[in-house]
Ligand binder design. Structure first.
Ligand code: HEM
Length: 129
């Protein structure tokens, strides 16, 4: 990845993060309006893993271009953005009377975890100007 592409990485992460927070807030508004609080775990994780974690990672990639240029950044991006939607949709369905989906929720969560592990490795290796 060349320098200018790496410089845009933070903006991409932030744009995706803001989509998650809009969806997460809509779930919150739906829960509040319909008094269906069983969806709290979906709401909380969309906002915290979708918005807070992705936005924070985007800012870190923006601060440290070496991290943004690393292949670990691309792996992190795809693992997080595949694992989280799979985990959240299956969690919502699981709450909605489909308990057999628990393994899918867990697999999605493990994929997100592996992405975060790669972020940690990237941070320790490349968090320098
Ligand atoms: C339009 C914005 C939002 C709305 C309407 C909303 C709505 C709600 C509602 C109705 C609950 C359930 C409260 C209860 O236990 O009775 C809740 C819980 C929660 N929300 Fe939100 N929320 C919003 C934004 C956010 C954001 C931005 C975050 C995090 C960054 C967040 C994190 C959480 C967490 C962690 C819980 C669980 C709290 C607990 O169980 O103790 N929410 N939200």
């Amino acid at each position: 990845m060349n320098g200018s592409t790496a410089n845009n990485v933070g903006a991409l992460w932030l744009k995706i993060a803001v989509v998650y927070v809009l969806i997460g807030m809509l779930v919150g508004l739906y829960m509040g309006a319909t008094e269906q609080m069983q969806y709290i775990p979906v709401h909380a994780h969309l906002n915290l893993l979708g918005w807070v974690t992705l936005a924070l990672a985007g800012l870190v990639y923006q601060i440290f271009p070496r991290m943004a240029a690393s292949p670990l950044q691309r792996w992190h991006f795809w693992l997080h953005n595949l694992g989280l939607p799979v985990s959240m949709v299956s969690l919502a369905l699981m709450i909605n009377h489909r308990p057999a989906l628990l393994p899918v929720v867990i697999i999605g969560a493990i994929v997100v975890f592996i992405g975060m592990l790669l972020f940690a490795i990237n941070l320790f290796r490349n968090a320098k100007a």
